[in-house]
Design a protein around this ligand. Sequence first.
Ligand code: NDP
Ligand code: SOE
Length: 257
Amino acid sequence: MDLGLKGKKAVITGGTVGIGLAIAEGLAREGCDLLLVGRDGARADAEAARIGATFGVTARGISADVATAKGCDAAIAAAGDIDILINNAGTGSNETILEAEDAKWQYYWDLHVMAAVRLARGLVPGMKRRGGGAVVHNASICAVQPLWYEPIYNTTKAALMMFSKTLANEVVGDNIRVNTVNPGLVLTPDWIKTAKQIAGEEGYEAHLQAVADEAGGMKRFAAPEEVAAFIVFLCSDKASYSTGSTYFVDGGWLKSV
Ligand code: NDP
Ligand code: SOE
């Protein structure tokens, strides 16, 4: 199916590894030109070069910390006018509410929410100039079904989901669609690293399976590409009536309707 994305310009925060990289590859396969944003500029450049060569698109990397206003400004300046914004950069947390300091709450607020606010402020005007666009927020199932060990993650991802809805309302008349995707368990290098820390080289696969078994549903992790395919579709005109919504890609982990 041709998604009609050829020649579109896309920015993917956290587009250098894991789910973001799979989204970048998915968009490049459809012919989009890309800007990959990550703090590690060397990795961003290397992945951009590889994707550009593989898919015959223009792909650039930039080193920018989207948890800061300065980093967002750098990404906005490098992007120019674009059609697609994927707010994907993010990471899990591990704390209790009674022990976590304000600074930790502030960091995750900046990373998960203010990055989306700042990038919308900087990039939506260009989408309007180009006649429309698509914004996707990669939140998490934890935005509605919290995990006990990461209250800061749960809370900031829930806020991101509400931000997405309110942005959708604000730009609905500008042919700009805004949606949230809530993934479940996705096997990215970060999960493997954590599992190895917990269960060691010998035991990490069994540990991951135990996590998946506890989640229930399909009882497996998704490959990043399984989430990316859905997000790429959402960016396309094939999803032309979809805005202001949250979609779960979680293998049946969500326990409610
Ligand atoms: P990874 O840790 O594999 O990748 C994170 C990406 O974000 C990297 O490219 C990283 O690059 C970038 N990044 C992190 N912090 C910043 C920052 N401050 N500024 C710019 N870039 C940053 O994550 P995943 O692929 O696992 O997750 C991607 C998103 O999906 C996250 O928002 C996560 O919360 C969400 N998600 C993941 C799930 C999973 O099971 N994996 C499930 C549900 C949601 P660099 O380090 O170079 O900055
Ligand atoms: C508008 O220019 C537009 O093409 C949208 O209609 C698409 O859905 C999106 O892919 C990019 O921007």
